[in-house]
Design a protein around this ligand. Structure first.
Ligand code: PMP
Length: 284
């Protein structure tokens, strides 16, 4: 059953309501995490909490709980849901303020932990792979709000996602301000070329995904060389394989970009191996 922890109190989702003066709602002023749990075990819990606190620090948002309390509250909420597999959305907003930007006039941050399920892409795409387009909307310039901050402002990703839907696709590839490959709207990007795995580095205008980092570890353990290097659309179009990683998506193949087949146009062997190894690790 979906449940929500509101500042330490677990309530059914229908009772989980926010104040309309919360600056998370009025200005997108806040940060969040998306975390999965498998067999009752929270996947990469520590890493997600670290990233949350780093994002909060970047926007000068002081989270009223320490990391230990936060992890305990997340565990408590998962137990209260009675679910063994699911998705956690952890949100920290600046809190209730006035009708002006000044965060100093907000009372105190609001901590919301939602435990529910998520299905990012229909099941058939895990078999067949995704067809995606390159979006005309780029990732935010690093001198605006860094894409490394998982903030409550996702409008550029949302605009790209709308563009994808209008093109009949589930996802869009987003470039950075230099025209290099950044990431998809909620996932990181990997290419396979000459048997090597390549992915953009953390400063390429991406969120440094926890699934991404796990897949890099898994690839290295499987003897596959990994390069974190800037990539262009040429690299995409000439890749042997392509796949995306993310908490919601897990690992999913991409078989066509901008109408061009990638490699054979079918999910490739390295993609399949890494997806299998990822699912085994997650469920272990
Ligand atoms: N990029 C963006 C923009 C994201 O929102 C996410 C999270 N869904 C990711 C990449 C993947 O990160 P993670 O593997 O930590 O979920």
């Amino acid at each position: 059953m979906a449940v929500v922890n509101m500042n330490g109190e677990v309530v059914p989702k229908e009772k989980a309501l926010v104040n309309v003066y919360d600056h998370g709602l009025l200005y997108g002023d806040g940060v969040f995490e998306g975390i999965r749990f498998y067999n009752g075990k929270i996947f990469r819990h520590h890493e997600h909490i670290e990233r949350l606190y780093e994002s909060a620090r970047h926007i000068l948002l002081e989270i009223p709980w320490g990391r230990d309390r936060m992890m305990a509250e997340v565990e408590k909420t998962v137990r209260a849901s009675g679910m063994s597999d699911g998705y956690i959305r952890l949100v920290v907003t600046r809190g209730v303020g006035t009708l002006g930007l000044d965060p100093a006039r907000c009372s105190h941050p609001q901590i919301i932990i939602i435990v529910d399920t998520i299905a990012l892409y229909p099941e058939k795409f895990y078999e067949e792979g995704l067809e995606i387009i390159t979006s005309s909307v780029i990732r935010a310039h690093p001198n605006t709000i860094s894409p490394r901050v998982k903030s409550l402002n996702y409008l550029n990703n949302i605009l790209a996602r709308i563009e994808a839907s209008r093109a009949g696709c589930q996802e869009a590839l987003m470039l950075n301000h230099l025209g290099e490959v950044a990431e998809c709207t909620a996932d990181n990007v990997f290419l396979v070329k000459n048997g090597l795995l390549r992915t953009p580095p953390p400063n390429a205008g991406i969120l440094e995904g926890i699934t991404r980092n796990t897949v890099i570890e898994l690839a290295k353990a499987a003897g596959i060389e990994v390069q974190e290097i800037p990539l262009t659309r040429h690299d995409v179009y000439s890749a042997e394989e392509m796949f995306l990683t993310g908490t919601g998506a897990e690992v999913i193949a991409v078989v066509k970009v901008d109408g061009r087949p990638i490699g054979t146009g079918k999910p490739g062997p390295i993609t399949k191996t890494l997806r299998e190894r990822f699912m085994v690790l997650a469920r272990s």
